[in-house]
Write a protein that binds this ligand. Sequence first.
Ligand code: BGC
Length: 752
Amino acid sequence: MKSLKHLTVIVIILLGGWACQEREHHDTNSEVEDKVAQLLSEMTLDEKIGQMSQVDPGVFGGLENLKKVVRNGQLGSVLNLIGAKEVNELQRVAIEESRLGIPLIIGRDVIHGYRTIFPIPLGMAASWNEDLVRESAAIAAKEAASMGINWTFAPMIDVSRDPRWGRIAESAGEDPLLNSMVARAMVQGYQGDDLSDPLTIAACAKHFVGYGAAEGGRDYNTTVISDLQLHNVYLPPFKEAVKAGAATVMTAFNEINGIPASGHQRNIREILKDDYGFDGFVVSDWASIQEMIPHGFARDLKHAGELGLAAGVDMEMSSRSYNDHLKELLDEGKVKMEWIDDAVARILRIKFRMGLFDNPYVDESLADSLLVHPQHLEIARKLAEESVVMLKNENNVLPLKKGTKVALIGPLADQPYEQLGTWIFDGDENDSQTVLEAFNEFNGSENVSFAEGLEYSRDKSTNGFAQVEKAIAQSDVVVAVVGEEAILSGEAKSLAELDFVGAQAELLELAASKGKPVVMVVMSGRPAGLYKTQHLASSILYAWHPGTMAGPALANLIFGETAPVGKLPVTFPKGEGQVPVYYAHKMSGRPADASTWTHIDDIPVQAVQHSLGNTNHTLDYGFTPLYPFGFGLSYTSFEYSDLRLSSEAVSEGENLMVTATISNTGDVEGTEIVQLYTRDLVASYTRPVRELKNYQRVTLAPGESKEVSFELEARQLGFYHPDGKFVVEPGQFHVWVAPNAAEGLQAEFELK
Ligand code: BGC
């Protein structure tokens, strides 16, 4: 196995050893502010505008060109400069050769790991494990920092309710609370307790805001978001990221109700900076200021720059409207000097907090001992295991006994690159451990008959199927690793259809036709369309793109070394025609139930139209999704019983204890993620049918029961009015303690 290589060649570094590199003195906030003010007072307008610009060396004509502008003090940041040596070389120019010696901030998309690749963020969210998510970000920070990167463009916390949208892979899915969890965990992980520690990096909460609501799931598309949704669904994860101390925020590509996100004064200046008190800096997305021209919001680049700065974007990524036009705009009185000073102060503030003035260079010897360190791989394996959601396990086909004769098939069973998923600029497929490798090791290669059947997920040729038949003939169980290649999700990788691409459905049909149990493992950047194929498998493990350690994680689960714990962070639709479908929908005036839906095939010919008993459903799919949010099975079963509340009524300022008993009713140990939902029955603005308020993990031995209690604060029952005002309205509430968003024990209480 490739990990053994690392185990033998990598010297174990004691974490304590790194601590000595930290700066001994930490500037207080007021010291930082004094330094910012002092430096600002010494800067020319050109130098100020320089700080507000970020470029990519590749696009800017290489390192030598960059050095010129850096020497002139006309650049604040670069993105995508690779290598500790190269970063130091450019940083040296900034420090030693520019007039004021202001260090550069070096940005890069470190999204789910640097070299050690963790599951895609959607997979991380499926673990519901804040500690592991935080740890993965801390590891990503260390690895990235060792290469000279001191700023990542993560976490991406766009609430995403459309599996067609390729960037759902980068998000924590459909729920504001789960996105807030990932926001907090990742900001804390990347930034640690001390942003000036050389092994932490600045985080960037993105994309502000509403990017996930792209119409039709087509990337960059228009969004129409009511103020009610904006405040209650899309903004909360950003508020949480700010609370957790995110150093930076990135504005989005999309327009919201007619105003591009990168020109949105109310959202950036008023909500983010004033209301949330965000004192870091705002960076545009790649050329998103310039893109206000095609949006039809800016006349030309100069106008775009004016709008971007007026809105409160402090640093412009890639496009050059600030660099080329701010001076002129200032002369013409179209932008204010105080806006420029505020933007520069924000950027300098973060640079001071990062300790870059005292410690601008990276130790070039660090990377060798740090990248893909065995401890990092261990966390990657754990997180990959916990991110897997078991959707189905008929007849307890899983776990398999070691030594079972297995036919391992499918185009993703041995694809070290594809298992890494989207946004892995610095991941290396040579570090990957595939399912085939892990199966050979865990189960003995003599018990594994491998025939991928298809060379890649989109492969339509069935030439490899004969080999698959042979492999199945020699085996007792089929494990089919299907899904989508890494390049089919992520930015600009939207799909109109969710069904398996290529001839994968045919491959599954072939496997199922042999009368042996089929275990389907899905590696995908989104909820795949399983409606037409799921009946072909007895068991389904939904693995997202699990990263470097996909193989060992899946082998551990499949052979029962550990049991699945993951729960869906997003609803699985029956088909793309059901999208958008999410658990926290509104009730409507005609809520659907089983008694009011007649399947399309059961409607009599020439039935007469009537308007009685009609409800909110579709004739073909009905009113339930394929799998609800929060759903996931384990190798044991859990029973929920005895829901009780500390009181039938609670007043503002008080807490309600909600308790239920969870029992392991199966034969093996298991961990359940117990979820707390509420519904506000009557409010001044209608509220969702359920909202996730909290969750807890409970591990139970066979036969064991435990009480799980949640403390529900009255404040958690409030919501935002469209004007952004938070209100807690008295009235009746439902509460559930539940295994997922569609089930659970329910009680009612009053908020006085
Ligand atoms: C993406 C951002 C990313 C940026 C820099 C853009 O295309 O939307 O998420 O951080 O590029 O690579």
